[in-house]
Design a protein around this ligand. Sequence first.
Ligand SMILES: O=C(CO)COP(=O)(O)O
Length: 124
Amino acid sequence: MKIALIAHDGKKADMVHFLSGFRKRLISTDVELYATGTTGSHIEKSGIPVKKLLSGPLGGDAQIAAMVAQKELSMVIFFRDPLDKHPHEPDVQMLMRLCDVHNIPLATNPASAELMIKQLIAKI
Ligand SMILES: O=C(CO)COP(=O)(O)O
């Protein structure tokens, strides 16, 4: 299964911390991780393999939105920073809208991501 990972700058450390709790299962199970560029670099540095797309402001959110529209993803984890502004906010809105259009699970904070990923990983 394919899972997409995105974190705004203020949430990248939270993303790495969150994934570290599932490191063994994410590496050893049949999971392919995709991430926007800078988020992916942080994840890679933590020792978890991930396929990196473009950076968010350069189209990475849009690439993940396209994967959602093509029903390629089992889940999107998007740790948004609600206290910061983002020049590519339209892309962020598009991604979240398409998750709703295609009924793809979307977790926007660690508490919801934990509930969802435990359920998903239990299936494989
Ligand atoms: O901007 C982002 C999400 O909207 C994340 O992009 P980066 O992972 O490239 O920082």
